[in-house]
Design a protein around this ligand. Structure first.
Ligand code: MN
Length: 491
């Protein structure tokens, strides 16, 4: 399912009016543009020039092929010349893949000495793209519009960034979540409509008994555990002599991987309230699996687990880090306010500033033996936190911009991984905005994925998107939420 195996189709609109020579030139240039865009290194997936389309039949056929081609993650269109848009209606109406309108132009500048009417007829994206844009607006298509010169790095990076969001949409349709036990008793925000998420997002969310996991754990051999311990030794610093406890985590990890892989699951959840037959809550085991791209949600939070898997998939090849996260406690010193994010164990080591340490400590929750876990500090840098909530009848994705810092204290008695950040726009407005929108305590924190990508992803999935950023005020947020509540009821 690697992102690299997917491609996007570059489709260029035209018509027969201009004659064969112009059409050949358009096709040649479109092919050259796809080649250069691929060579730029700014696109995570290959852009494949498919055709210069001139008729209703051609366009309809191509869009149908895009739908059924498993390698095709989306369509990028552009109009070098003028392409009357009524011929696109049926094709666009049928298109089920992510769609981007790249509004660009082959030449960067107007050639003062050479420009004549032949040049004008060949290079008319300025109005070709307007005709093209009207029909997608008229059809209320979910679309991404990127305007800019195609050889500019900024334009290429925006297209690449959208490709990651589009891949996230394709990935989402294949997500399977393995739930070990139900979600934590009485908790509201980790509930949700599993039928709705499958219809809307494609997720298959199902449960497996913890007893079955314990059975698979019992069958794990000591040589399998030896091999995983060797991996732990290369990746982490052992800050404990209690190797039996660490080996128990390895046993749990091997068993969970076996069960997830056998079912084709990319994400899982468990809860400290249902560890029947287990000696430790999986800590290190879960953390090391997240580092390899598996999604995870604590306390049975399958929504955040699937979102971790999706955002990790979208960030393939990047190295900033993406993890399950929880807003734990605040530092409210005036003018120096921070949120401290952590979990009882399970934060992904992809966030770590330095090599994580394996430690064993007592865990007051869950009534089990002290579990091994990775302890580290998150690194500094801009990031986002994302929460998907079920509003009853619809899903809302909330995204907040944050600025992570090196934790301002070393907190020597805190036995878990920790990340510290300033939420936007400022601490109190940020908290009020998050609570106003109904955001959960569990989030996905990512240094690699941007708010624009999550907005693109939400649009592709046809769910509500709320962005809390440096410009957010409570008045405008409340107004937006009020209007969007009405709009989503009508949808
Ligand atoms: Mn939690």
């Amino acid at each position: 399912m690697s992102m690299k195996n997917y491609e996007f189709w570059f489709v260029v609109g035209s018509q027969f009016l201009y004659g064969t020579e112009v059409l050949n030139t358009v096709a040649q240039r479109a092919s050259e543009m796809a080649d250069k865009l691929n060579q730029s290194g700014n696109l995570p997936c290959k852009l494949v020039y498919k055709a210069t389309v001139k008729t209703h039949e051609e366009i309809t056929k191509l869009m149908k092929e895009a739908n059924y081609n498993d390698k095709c993650a989306g369509v990028v269109s552009w109009c070098h010349t003028f392409s009357p848009s009524k011929m696109w209606i049926n094709g666009f109406d049928l298109l089920q893949k992510p769609y981007c309108h790249l509004a660009t132009q082959y030449n960067r500048e107007i050639p003062n000495d050479e420009i004549d009417m032949d040049f004008m007829n060949l290079n008319q994206a300025a109005h070709g793209d307007r005709e093209h844009g009207f029909i997608t607006a008229r059809l209320r298509m979910r679309r991404k519009i990127i305007a800019g010169y195609w050889q500019d790095e900024e334009t290429q990076k925006r297209l690449g960034s959208w490709m990651r969001a589009a891949y996230g949409a394709v990935f989402s349709k294949k997500v399977k979540v393995m739930r070990f036990g139900d979600n934590m008793r009485e908790v509201a925000v980790t509930e949700g409509d599993k039928v709705e998420v499958q219809a809307k997002l494609g997720w298959q969310v199902n449960t497996w008994p913890v007893g079955e996991l314990v059975k698979v754990m019992d069958e794990v051999t000591s040589s399998e555990i030896d091999a995983l311990m060797a991996v732990y030794r290369t990746k982490y610093t052992f800050a404990t002599d209690d190797l039996e406890t660490v080996r128990y985590q390895a046993r749990a990890e091997i068993a969970m991987r076996k069960m997830l892989d056998a079912e084709g699951c990319q994400a899982f959840s468990n809860t400290f309230q249902d560890l029947y037959g287990m000696k430790q809550l999986p800590g290190l085991a879960t953390q090391n699996m997240m580092a390899d791209g598996y999604g995870y949600g604590g306390e049975g939070d399958w929504k955040v687990s699937a979102m971790v898997a999706i955002m990790k998939a979208m960030s393939e090849g990047l190295n900033g880090g993406t993890s399950f996260m929880e807003d734990y406690t605040y530092h409210l010193a005036q003018g120096n306010e921070y949120s401290l994010g952590a979990h009882m164990l399970e934060v992904c080591p992809s966030l770590a500033a330095d090599k994580p340490r394996i430690e064993v400590h007592h865990l007051g929750i869950g009534d089990r033996e002290p579990p091994a876990r990775l302890v580290f500090e998150g690194h500094e840098g801009p990031a986002i936190v994302v929460s998907l909530v079920d509003m009853g009848g619809r899903l809302r994705l909330i995204c907040q911009d944050i600025e992570c810092v090196k934790p301002i204290m070393d907190m020597p008695k805190l036995p878990v991984a920790r990340v510290m950040w300033k939420p936007m726009p400022d601490m109190t407005t940020a908290i009020e905005a998050w609570i106003t929108a109904g955001g959960a305590h569990h989030t996905v924190l990512s240094y690699d994925i941007t708010a624009e990508q999550m907005k693109d992803w939400a649009r592709l999935m046809d769910i509500e998107f709320v962005h809390i950023n440096k410009d957010t005020t409570i008045d405008t947020l409340e107004h937006d939420l009020f209007l969007s509540d009405l709009a989503w009821k009508l949808k």
